[in-house]
Each structure stands twice: as C-alpha cells, then as structure tokens.
Write a protein that binds this ligand. Structure first.
Ligand code: PHE
Length: 340
C-alpha cells in the first residue's frame, strides 16, 4: 500500500469517526487526539513521508497537507458545537450561511424536441428507428432511388460533392436503400437525420437541415395506408382540428407521388404571412415506392409494395413555434434557445 492509499484511508476513517460517533465532549477530545496530537495519525503519516517513493513524494506531501487542513477545519467546527451531553449530528455541521454554487442550466434544442415528438408518434404506430450515413455514395443518394445520372430530377437538389462519386446526402431517402439492402421485408422504419444542400442561405433555406424519412414495405400496402398513417400523425402533432390535403407531385423514387399540406396552425386558414395567405402549409413529400427502387435492392415488386415519406424538421418546428428565420436554429443564441 502506498502512502497515497494510507492518506485516503485516513480520511475515510476520520469521516466515519466524526459522522458515526455522535461525539460527546470526551469522544471529541479522543478523536482530536487520535488524529492531530504529536503522536497522532497525521504525524505518523508525515513521518512516513521521508521514506516514501521520491516519485510520489511531492503529490503525497500535498495530499497530506490538504488532509491536515481538512481535519483541522472539521474539528474546529465540531468543537464549537460539542458540549457536555449534546449530540452532534451531520446537520449541526451544515453551514446554511454559505452561498450556493449556481450552475447554468441548458435546454433541449427545439429541433431535438420536434424530432423526439415525431419519432414518439411513429414508434407508437409500430415504426422502429434507424440511422444512416450523412456522407454517402452517388448510388445510395441518387442512382438506387431511380434518380439516374443525367436525369433532370438531379437539378431539384443542389448537391455538395465530396468526390465524383461521394456526396453529402441531399435527403434522408438514402436510408431507404440501406434498410432494404440490409433487411428482408416487411420493413417499418423512420430515420431522422441531417441533410445538405448547396442553397443560398436565406430566412427560409440553409445549407444543412434535418429530415425524417419513413418507409413501410409489406404485402398489399396501399396509398390508403399511407394517407391513414400521415393523417393520424398530423392530428397527433398539430392537434385534433388540423385539416390535411394531398397534392399530386413527382419524385423519381415513388409512383404515384404526393405532397401533404396541413391547414395553417397560426391563422386557422384566415391567412397570415407564415402560410403566405394560402391557409395551407406544405410539410412533406410521399408516395408509393417505385418498382424500380425495389429492383435496385433485389426485392420482387410483384410481391412487395410499400410507401415512403420524407418531412423537413425545420419546417415543422418553424410552423409549430412560429419561427420565421431558419438561421435561428444554428446560431446557438441562448436567448432564442431558452424559449423552448
Ligand atoms: N426525399 C424527398 C425530398 O427530400 C422527400 C420524399 C421522401 C418524397 C420519400 C417521397 C418519398 O424532398
């Protein structure tokens, strides 16, 4: 046992003596003698210091001095309250006049909160959570999703290329391919994550943002299933009175495709600047998984069918909390963050 251990042990022993003993005056004097007298425990350790390993001697000297000071202060405090027949409890040693240590309290980021809320709703519906890579190959982000090399759909998304073949993913739809490659159907997952697009930074767009992808693959999945799940989700997230509408749209990886709008949360469709006086807010893209996508992962499209959807988290958070500038999410200004 090194002298450092002995110092530690002595401190424990002292703490036990002082707390468990409920010392009366005699017991207190005994403790004091035991530790601080000329032949006491502390003196004993100081005597051993000279023969301690030179490598640890400075550290041990410091620790011993600190212990001595600790014991002296404790005993001083105790001596003030010890008198004949008075019991000393831990509470007697508590100095309520000392000021506390204030510590800063953080808050959950609004995007994290929205992601948690959305994932909770979908996990109640039996979806499991999955995550995929933010840096991915052209194949997963485009090719396997039926967005071919010279397809005009690639113009829909301005891509950050790492190399000719590697991109920062432009959507969470790459997760669809990873999931289907690694698992046999049926599949029922949602996958939240960060995505990147080379867009001009403005109040409504930023070079990175977050999406949640949903994918359900099974036998006999229909567009009615998709609408049912998304309508349920909208009511859970925005409240019972929300209205929804599906507009036909186009994505290379779904057929048919749609976009879903919800009635404006802020003006109850009376018109406001958040919904640009349309009464509707677009929240997601969705559709039935295109047979070409099934083929690229080796699923037989004659057996399996499925739906997918992808929603923008920032957009949901902005609509939910009435935030008008997307850049607020990334600036780390605690005056903003504390409001959630
Ligand atoms: N990936 C599409 C986008 O980023 C959204 C989407 C996901 C559409 C899944 C259909 C199905 O805009």
């Amino acid at each position: 046992m090194t002298i450092l251990h002995s110092i530690d042990e002595l401190k424990n022993q002292f703490d036990t003596d002082v707390l468990n003993g409920k010392p009366d005056k005699d017991a207190f004097e005994e403790i004091k003698r035991k530790y601080t007298s000329r032949k006491g425990k502390i003196a004993e350790l100081f005597a051993q210091l000279g023969s301690a390993d030179p490598d640890i001697r400075p550290e041990a000297g410091k620790a011993l001095n600190e212990l001595k000071e600790y014991i002296t202060i404790k005993l001083d405090g105790l001596s003030a309250v010890v008198s004949d027949n008075t019991e000393v409890t831990a509470a007697d040693q508590l100095d309520l006049t000392l000021s506390g240590d204030p510590f800063p309290v953080g808050s959950i980021h609004p995007l994290t909160k929205v992601i948690e809320e959305i994932t909770t709703i979908f996990t109640k519906l039996g979806f499991s959570l999955a995550y995929g890579p933010e840096i991915d190959t052209d194949f997963y982000n485009f090719e396997a999703l039926n967005i071919l090399k010279h397809h005009p759909a690639r113009d829909m998304q301005d891509t950050f290329y790492v190399t000719d073949d590697v991109v920062l993913r432009t959507h969470t739809s790459n997760n669809q391919i990873h999931m289907m490659e690694n698992h046999d159907p049926p599949i029922k997952v949602i996958a939240p994550g960060r995505v990147y697009r080379n867009e001009d930074v403005s109040v409504r767009s930023y070079c990175l943002f977050h999406q949640i992808e949903g994918l359900y693959v099974d036998k006999n999945v229909s567009m009615a299933d998709l609408k049912g799940v998304l309508n349920y989700f909208a009511r859970e997230f925005f409240g019972k009175n929300v209205k929804t509408r599906f507009r036909p749209s186009y994505f290379p990886f779904t057929e048919p495709s749609a976009e879903m709008d919800v009635s404006c949360y802020f003006c109850s469709q009376n018109g406001c600047n958040i919904c640009k006086y349309t009464g509707w807010l677009e929240i997601l893209g969705c559709g039935m998984v295109d047979p070409e996508v099934f083929k690229s992962v080796g699923y037989d499209p004659d057996i399996w069918s499925g739906y997918a959807f992808g929603m923008g988290i920032e957009r949901m958070a902005m609509q939910r909390y009435g935030i008008e500038d997307i850049r607020m999410f990334y600036e780390g200004d605690i005056r903003f963050l504390r409001q959630f």
